[in-house]
Design a protein. Structure first.
Length: 149
């Protein structure tokens, strides 16, 4: 399980004195524990839920880095991006643009979408099928491009 792997990796980061990795993994574990003890969670954290939490943390880190960059704080931005790179080690490999386009063409054919008015149908299926393998805004931009052709 991802929760156990994170716990073991925290120990390894402590031994190797890797400050950024340790800080990042401790934050991930904190988020996992909060999700596990949330009302209705029944003290269970599935790998699927854990993966979604890691993706959310990575997105927050990228967004924070962009804000820091825009404010001229490249030192803080590089710290955020270093943490994001640690998080990305636990995420599945992202699809390339060509792979994403191929999968989306299949989904468009399956749904029978013919134009931009069908974007909702395509996005609904695409976000479920591509969860964790592509960012939502990337999927959206690609779908919009394919449906307007």
């Amino acid at each position: 399980m991802l929760f156990d792997q994170i716990s073991n990796d925290i120990k390894e980061a402590m031994k190797s004195r890797d400050k950024i990795r340790l800080e990042t993994l401790r934050n991930v574990k904190k988020v996992f524990l909060e999700a596990k003890t949330a009302p209705g969670a029944n003290d269970v954290l599935t790998d699927e839920t854990a993966l979604k939490l890691i993706q959310k943390l990575a997105k927050q880190g990228r967004d924070a880095a962009a804000i820091y960059e825009s404010q001229g704080r490249s030192d803080l931005a590089s710290d955020e991006l270093a943490q994001v790179s640690v998080l990305e080690e636990y995420m599945p490999k992202q699809l390339s643009t060509d792979e994403l386009t191929a999968v989306l063409k299949e989904i468009i054919a399956t749904v029978g979408a013919v134009g931009p008015q069908d974007m909702g149908k395509v996005m609904n299926m695409a976000t479920k099928q591509l969860a964790g393998r592509a960012e939502g805004r990337t999927i959206s931009a690609c779908v919009k491009e394919l449906l307007t052709k």
